[in-house]
Ligand binder design. Sequence first.
Ligand code: 6LW
Length: 487
Amino acid sequence: MPLADSAGVPILPGCHPDPTIERVGDDFYLATSTFEYFPGIPVFHSRNLRDWSPLGHAVDRPGQLDLTGVPSSGGLFAPTLRNHRGRWFLVCTLVHGSGRDGDFVLTADDPAGPWSDPVWLDAPGIDPSLFFDDDGRAWFTGTELVERDWPGQTVVWMREFDPVGLRLVGPRHDLWHGALTGAVWAEGPHIHRRGDWYYLLASEGGTEYFHALSVARSRAVTGPYEGHRGNPVLTHRHLGRGYPIQNVGHADLVRNGDHDWAAVLLATRPRGGADPLGREAFLVDVDWEDDWPVFLPGRGRLDALPTAGTGPGFPSPGEWTQVRTAVTGFWQADAAARTLRIAPTGTGLGGPGTPAFVGIRQRHHGFTLRGDLPPGAGIAARLRDDVLMVAERSEDGLVVMVTDGGPARELARVALDPGVTGVALGSDAETFSITVDGREGPLAAVPVGLLSPARAGGFVGVWVGFTAHGGEPVTVRGIAYTGHPGG
Ligand code: 6LW
C-alpha cells in the first residue's frame, strides 16, 4: 500500500505526540501521549493506516492513575502499545506525579478497554518500550539520562520483561547512546525484528528543531548494536526553520501488508514560527536496503500538503478532556444535543488543580469553536496553566483575558444584551481572536505565537474548550468546531 503521497498530512492532527503502533491481522492500533489531560492515552483503530477512529482511552478511570498534581507538560509521556498472543500491553511513564510516578504497564484483553490498573516497574528514566521475540521472550527498553561523557547524554537500556508477572527480570544491558557523539536525548527507543536482525530506533537531538531519527542493529537482541553509517535516517533539521514541517522524530515501525513496512512518527507544522498544534502524528513509508530501513524512500522528507477542513460539527464525545484528576465527573458532553455541561470545580483556569475547563485539541491552524454561553460560562484556548486566553460571560457582558506567564490581563470588556450568547474563539493562523454573534470584527486578539510551544515551551499543543467560572453548573449549547481547509 503506497503511503508516501499523503505523508505530509498528519494522520492525527493536533497534539498527538510520541505515536506508537501495533498490528494484529488486518487491524492497526495506535496510541499517543496526553500529559496532564484526562482521560489519557487515546487508542485508535485503522484498517488502512490513513483513517483512524478512536476506540477509547487506556487511562479513563478516576483512581487508575493519580494525575492530581502533575505540572503542565508533566503527566503521561510516550506510551508503547504491543499485543502478545492476544493480550494487550501498554507501557508508559507518569512524570512528576504527586503520588507514585515512573514507568508502569497496563494490560487489556481488548485495546478498547477496559485497561488494568497500573503495575509499577522498577525502571529508571522515560520512554519505555516492549519487544516480544519469536521465542516467547519479552524485552523492555527505556531511556535514562546518564551525562557521563557529555551534557544531555542518555543511554538506551534493556532488561528482560516477564509478561506474566509484569516485572523486569535479569541483568541490565546498556545498548546505545545515540548515533552522534554529543547527541542529547536518544529517546523513544523501540526494538523491532526483521529476519535475523534486531533494529533499535531512537530519536536524538531533543524533540524540537534538532530532532533526528537514527537506527542501530544487532544479531542479538541484547546487543551489541551497531549504528547505521547513514544516520540520522530521517530529520528535517537541515531544511531550515522556514520549512513547513519540523521536529520530525520519535518513530515506531509496523509491517504494512506481508512485505512492506511503515512508520508512525511525530512532527510539527509551524506557521511563521508558531506551532500551536503541537506535535502531531504522521505516517511514512519504509523500505529496506542492505538490511537497513529507508524512511520515505526517494524523498527523504515529508512534503507539506494542504489539509481538508472539517465541520462545523460537535466534536466526538471521546475528544473532550479535562486537566488532571483532582476532580472528576464534573462535566458531560452530549453529542446529540450539541451541549456541554460543566460544574464548577473550585479551581480557576490557571490551575494548579483541575480547573472547570473541558476542551479538545486545536486540530487546524485556521479554526472556529463556537458556543452559546450562559452567564458563568467561558470559552478558552489553553496551552498551559499560565499561558491561555479566555472570554468569560457574565449577566451583563463578556470579559476577554490573556495570561502569559504572569497575572491575567484584561484585553476587552463589553456589555451584551442578555439575548446575545453566541461567542466564538478562532484562529486565522496569525491571531487567536474572540468574536461575538452580531458584532462586526473581533472583540480581542492575540498573536498565535503567544500560545505556541515554540515560544512558551512544553510538550503540549493548544486545547480549546469551555469553562465554568461562576458558582453554578453551566450548560453551553450549540457547540460547533470548524476546521478551515489549508492547515
Ligand atoms: C517524550 C520524548 C519526547 O517522552 O518528548 O519526542 C517527550 N520525544 O520521547 C514527551 O513527549
